[in-house]
Design a protein around this ligand. Structure first.
Ligand code: GDP
Ligand code: CA
Length: 311
């Protein structure tokens, strides 16, 4: 079965691992590039790298991002030299950023670089970029500053209250042919339990991608990043509340109403089922906390059965 997954970083990678573990699935993952940022002259693409490292089995399982068995000596040198080092970049990780930056400087397509990196790491899942153009999340805080995603998320630890989210470069961005083909050719489209506002929105917002998804005949199933009314981690709840959206599975259903036929929610949120159905997507209750590979694979299997097994 051809499955296309829309995914951010940590939540997205968990869903990707579960789907990739299925024998009968050919998986394409469209990742988020709006967290990308330049550090020390190097182009860093955190969500794409989280997908690559996770699917390669190289991820630091404790923190869910970064490479296992990592050191920080390069960062120590940068610190000694007076550079800002709030963005934690490990020594092994730096190698990838150097390679990516060098190839971008040569004019290689970011999509080709991501594909070659994934292959070199032994990843057989297709990791696709929604666009080869630069699109970057910008967050306006209540004190009037515009922050990049990493400034907000890492440097300021999500402390500032958000007033507005924008994506620079979005209007001019063109979708990649690979992403459009994966969407059009998919037999099932899954929206990972990623941050709807800063992981999924910048994929859906690339001109042509949202339209392709709406035009796709495949069933579309989203998974809620909220469990028992709370996010597993990260700022999605506070961001949604700050923007006047409901910070729960109903809010997610409303966000994806035009897109998802179904929303998989946790048993703990079963009471929200009627309100979710009223937004559009049909709710399906499951156990959606993914700790182990077995959890991820079980949830993926259940999603496939929802899509393909006759009810
Ligand atoms: P990021 O780019 O690393 O922030 O990751 P994503 O945007 O892909 O995912 C962040 C979201 O994943 C958060 O809102 C979490 O609530 C959600 N999340 C993390 N782990 C799980 C899980 O095991 N199950 C579910 N349902 N959501 C999860
Ligand atoms: Ca991210």
């Amino acid at each position: 079965r051809k499955v296309c997954l829309l995914a951010g970083g940590v939540g997205g990678a968990k869903m990707a691992e579960g789907l990739a573990a299925q024998d009968d699935v050919a998986l394409s993952v469209i990742g988020n590039i709006a967290d990308d940022e330049s550090f020390h002259g190097l182009w860093v693409s955190p969500d794409i790298d989280t997908l690559t490292y996770s699917l390669a089995g190289r991820i630091d399982r404790g923190q869910g991002w970064g490479v296992a068995d990592e050191g920080h000596r390069a960062l120590e040198t940068l610190n000694l030299l007076g550079a800002e080092t709030w963005m934690s970049l490990g020594d092994r990780d730096f190698g990838l950023h150097i390679h990516r930056t060098m190839r971008r400087a040569k004019g290689d397509r970011p999509s080709d670089i991501a594909r070659d990196v994934a292959r070199a790491f032994g990843v057989t899942t297709e990791i696709l970029l929604p666009t080869d153009d630069a699109v970057q999340t910008r967050l306006r805080t209540t004190d009037g500053r515009w922050l990049s995603f990493q400034e907000y998320f890492v440097r300021e630890r999500c402390a500032p209250e958000i007033r507005e989210i924008a994506f620079s470069g979005m209007d001019m961005a063109r979708p990649t042919p690979e992403a459009l083909a994966a969407i059009a050719g998919a037999e099932l489209i899954v929206i990972a339990p990623s941050n709807p506002l800063v992981s999924i929105a910048p994929i859906l917002g690339i001109p042509g991608i949202g339209e392709a998804l709406r035009a796709a005949a495949a069933p579309k199933i989203a998974v809620s990043p909220f469990i028992a009314g709370k996010v597993v981690k990260g700022p999605a709840d506070r961001m949604m509340a700050a923007l006047g959206l409901r910070a729960d599975a109903v809010g997610v259903a409303r966000r994806y109403a035009a897109l998802a036929d179904r929303l998989v929610i946790d048993h703990a949120d079963a009471a929200l089922g009627e309100e979710i159905a009223a937004e559009g997507p049909a709710p399906h209750c499951s156990d959606i906390l993914m700790k182990t590979l077995a959890d991820k694979a079980r949830l993926a299997r259940e999603i496939l059965d929802l899509a393909f097994a006759p009810a």
